[in-house]
Ligand binder design. Structure first.
Ligand code: ZN
Length: 453
């Protein structure tokens, strides 16, 4: 789309973190120009007087397949939560229930100003997740959950996990539109997208994958240049079992297995031992911070202020609907800014750092630092337009504070991905809320009936 967005407050998130009043010219799927005044270029114009434009938010840890399980697994710790509810429910998905779950999650995510996600998929019917991501216009990565080890009944044979994973990678035709880029200090990566969708390997966590599977994950990441998206050091009991079984803590394990690099995206990192903070720094591993989920599962407080001090890349995620119980990144921004203050001090983290995590940090985690995360000429046109003129946001115009501490997802008016409108008047253009709610209720009831729950 060629369009000139006029008279907006623009939170650029550029290197100087400039906030300016002005115009944004978009040609096709790219931002061409950002300036206080762009005169009549002969394209469609949209007057955004009174509105605030921010880079599309980046949600780097979510489980679309769990959106259907919201409010069904409260007040439990991680391992019991997984064993008793989440794994049985994920395994009970049919293509129809998974579609309902993905649509429910995507509606909420897009409506909250998110333009890019890193989703941890399901172990089956993954084509449905990719179809729904493509249909709603979001940018993002997902991948089949890989589980071939551990005591639970949900593991698959290693060969079957690998075969279906590689089939899915190939089915995305991900080399169709490679986006080469160079991030300072890192080897060049070809982040791969086909119609905005990329594949990310999704081994669930250390205990659910055999040595052979972890080895294969490393090989596939090299072969196809893929992100590795997994959970790490979320819960103290999990950490104890990992140590007992492998002799290592989680991050040590990834270093030991040769998987530590800027490709590695670790959700949580609440419990770090010995040198693990240094490993995160040295290997440029990305930490996906999920404050709501860490609170709800009673997991603990990730040492985020210390990570930021060391220059470790931290991005934000909501995790699954049953451990949050929303997929609203505004809630997670607010919590990320609040929860570290009692332990680390009121100045340990500020609103700008949190907005950075939700934009630039996410872009870096996904290997897309040159493409998304800020509003600048040459970047992809991924934007969220906010109405910050409501009673819970006024009177002072300290826009970064407004966004992080006061704004809510209902303040998102429009969202653009790749130069196309995906949310207008606060609602996704390709999804009908009443239909999604009805479909979700029906599929959730049927899924619980299949499980005799
Ligand atoms: Zn998770």
């Amino acid at each position: 789309m060629n369009i000139l967005l006029k008279n907006a407050t623009i939170v650029t998130q550029n290197e100087q973190r400039e906030v300016l009043k002005g115009d944004i010219r978009i040609e096709g799927n790219r931002i061409e120009e950002v300036a206080p005044r762009i005169e009549n270029p002969g394209i469609e114009e949209l007057d955004l007087s009174g509105y605030t434009v921010i880079p599309g938010l980046i949600q780097t840890h979510v489980h679309l397949c769990q959106a259907l399980f919201r409010n069904l697994a409260d007040d439990l710790e991680l391992l019991e939560w997984l064993n008793r509810y989440i794994w049985p429910m994920e395994m009970a998905h049919t293509p129809a229930s998974l579609r309902a779950s993905a649509r429910l999650g995507l509606f909420e995510i897009l409506s909250s100003g998110v333009t890019t996600i890193l989703d941890m998929g399901c172990s089956r019917h993954m084509e449905v997740v990719f179809e729904e991501m493509q249909r709603c216009g979001i940018r993002g990565f997902s991948g089949k959950v890989m589980m071939d080890a551990g005591g639970q009944a949900y593991k698959e044979p290693t060969a079957a996990v690998l075969e279906s994973t590689e089939e899915l990678i190939r089915s995305l035709d991900h080399n169709a539109t490679p986006v080469p880029q160079k991030v300072a200090g890192q080897a060049e990566r070809k982040s791969v997208f086909s119609r905005r969708i990329g594949y990310a390997l999704a081994p669930r966590f250390v205990l659910t994958c055999s040595d052979r599977l972890w080895e294969a994950v490393g090989e596939l990441a090299e072969k196809y240049d893929l992100l590795i998206h997994t959970h790490s050091s979320e819960n103290r009991t999990e950490l104890e079992i990992v140590k007992a079984q492998t002799g290592y803590s989680n991050v040590e394990f990834f270093v030991e297995r040769g998987l530590a690099s800027s490709r590695l995206c670790l959700a949580h990192c609440v419990w770090l031992n010995g040198n693990e903070m240094e490993y995160l720094q040295e290997y440029r591993i990305n930490v996906l911070h999920c404050p709501s989920a860490n609170l709800k599962l009673g997991s603990g407080f990730a040492p985020v202020p210390q990570m930021l001090e060391k220059g470790i890349n931290v991005s934000l995620g909501s995790d699954g609907a049953p451990c949050n119980n929303n997929l609203d990144l505004f809630t997670d921004m607010r919590l990320a800014a609040l929860i570290h203050k009692p332990n680390a001090g009121v100045r340990s983290i500020n609103a700008q750092q949190v907005l950075d995590m939700a934009t630039l940090g996410g872009a870096q985690a996904l290997g897309l630092a040159e493409q998304i995360g800020s509003i600048a000429p040459g970047k992809l046109a991924d934007l969220a337009i906010l109405d910050l003129n409501k009673v819970h946001l006024v009177p002072a115009d300290n826009v970064v504070s407004q966004i992080v501490y006061s704004a809510q997802s209902r303040d998102v008016a429009q969202v653009m991905v790749d130069g196309e409108w995906v949310v207008r008047n606060g609602a996704p253009v390709s999804l009908e809320e009443s239909e999604i709610v009805a479909e979700a209720r029906q599929e959730c009831a049927a899924l619980l009936a299949r499980l005799n729950l």
